[in-house]
Design a protein around this ligand. Structure first.
Ligand SMILES: Cc1ncc(COP(=O)(O)O)c(C=O)c1O
Length: 433
């Protein structure tokens, strides 16, 4: 403590890390000692080269996803990230819900395999239309659900139609499952139905993955008329649509009803995630599917992961049925509106030439950079200048139409921080353009 001028808490945390790494051992009642070094086998360093041969080239590219999940460095402003800033997360309500859930005698037991019935019923009510509790499968978060659904619907090597741009975690999951994402361009109102029909005809694909509501990264919402057109195109192709409804609880203006509520014939496989409106570790989502595909998805989840922890399902149920839940949604909506407006105002002030979207929900704006700017290099330079933003390129399954940036308004601590982040970004951009 004296040598490093740190508190006892810091020292004991450091010792905890060293113990976890096996560098020190603690002997209760005696003290903490430097661990014995593992004896090298016959005095040589380990040789892992054989693994490269055994594993072959089937790598999993987690780079983009890791970037989204890594917290910003100390002092940097987060204009990127997938979750609410902790000040907007319902942490107290979650603590209460978890305590109540953990007290239930069956909290650590096996849940029914499709999920806790009351939680399935809650999701069915939340989605509306004629979604029934028996259509709902509880799953371990949106990403997990997405992987399960993709693997259940398509064999390795199959083409998967996606909006372009799209959520980079969906591209990563599709590629890890051996699928080939095929881009279908969007305009300000979401995917273009004519091009979607062409893409089905050209590829023979059986599945279209999309986010019709508060699309990540652009914030676009598919209007009612286009929803009908997209469903008609999908019907004509004899295909499924995966509706990733990740941001339903991040509405600034009311969100249109989900595609699945208009679907009678089991065309739509819907994924509803809870993390975005709550906290990253509320890893519970619902998959809604009807017909034989529902059985295929259930079987895939069961074989891969059995079921999500009952204690977490019960915690989610406690939270969602508590009187504070509607109030929380209203607070989040009002805070997101203020933050979106603050970010737009800062952009109008410091980067008036940069066209940006004005989303009515979700967490992100999508900005068009001047032609010729390298968005990936800009993102790296911005980080060095203390602001974390997301380059547009990784959100495109193929060549991007030009340089773009995703700017997030949900993850920064305050509106003042959003403004400071844009100031730093504008300075970096002014040196490049
Ligand atoms: C569009 C979209 N879908 C799914 C997810 C996965 O979220 P989670 O696994 O936390 O539910 C994300 C996370 O950023 C997302 O942006």
């Amino acid at each position: 403590m004296e040598r490093h001028r740190v508190s006892p808490v810091t020292v004991s945390r450091a010792l905890g890390v060293l113990a976890a790494e096996g560098l020190v051992v603690t002997r209760p009642g005696s003290g903490t000692y430097v661990a014995d070094r593992r004896p090298a086998v016959a005095g040589r360093a380990p040789d892992f080269d054989w693994q490269s041969v055994a594993l072959g080239d089937r790598t999993v590219d987690a780079g983009g996803v890791r970037g989204l999940l890594t917290p910003p460095p100390e002092g940097a402003v987060a204009l990127s990230g997938g979750y609410l800033h902790p000040s907007l997360q319902p942490l107290r309500a979650l603590a209460t819900a978890a305590t109540r859930a953990a007290r239930r005698p069956d909290a650590w037991g096996r849940p029914p395999l499709s999920g806790v019935p009351e939680l399935r019923a809650w999701f069915a009510r939340d989605l509306g239309g004629d979604v029934s509790p028996s259509d709902v499968l509880i799953s371990g978060g949106g990403q997990d659900a997405l992987t399960t659904v993709l693997r259940a619907l398509l064999p390795p090597g199959a083409p998967l139609l996606v909006e372009s741009p799209t959520y980079l975690g969906a591209l990563a999951a599709a590629r890890a499952a051996g699928l080939h994402p095929v881009p279908v361009p969007m305009d300000g109102d979401g995917v273009r139905p004519g091009l979607l029909a062409e893409a089905f005809a050209m590829t023979g694909s059986r599945v279209f993955y999309c986010q019709p509501t508060f699309h990540n990264p652009t914030g676009a919402v598919l209007p009612a008329e286009r929803r009908e057109q997209v469903l008609a195109v999908v019907r004509a192709a004899g295909a499924f649509v995966i509706e990733d409804d990740y941001a339903r609880h991040l509405a600034i203006d009311p969100a249109p009803g989900p595609l699945v509520a208009r679907d009678q014939d089991g065309r739509v496989v819907h994924i509803a995630s809870l993390t975005k409106g709550t906290a990253p570790s509320m890893r519970i989502a619902a998959v809604v599917a009807r017909g034989p595909v529902a059985e295929r998805i259930r079987a895939t989840q069961m074989v891969d992961a059995f079921f999500p922890a009952r204690s977490l399902q019960e915690t989610a149920l406690e939270l969602l049925t508590s009187p504070g839940w509607p109030r929380h949604l209203r607070l989040v909506s009002a805070a997101l509106r203020r933050r979106r407006d603050a970010l737009l105002a800062a952009l109008a002030r410091d980067l008036p030439e940069t066209p940006v979207t004005r989303p009515t929900g979700g967490a992100h704006l999508w900005a068009r950079l001047p032609a010729g700017v390298d968005d990936v290099a800009l993102t790296e330079a911005a980080l060095r200048a203390g602001v974390l933003v997301s380059a547009g390129r990784p959100f495109y399954p193929a060549e991007p139409p030009g340089p773009r940036l995703r700017l997030t308004y949900s993850a920064a601590a305050t509106e003042a921080e959003l403004s400071e982040g844009v100031r730093r970004l504008a300075q970096v951009l002014s040196k490049i353009v």
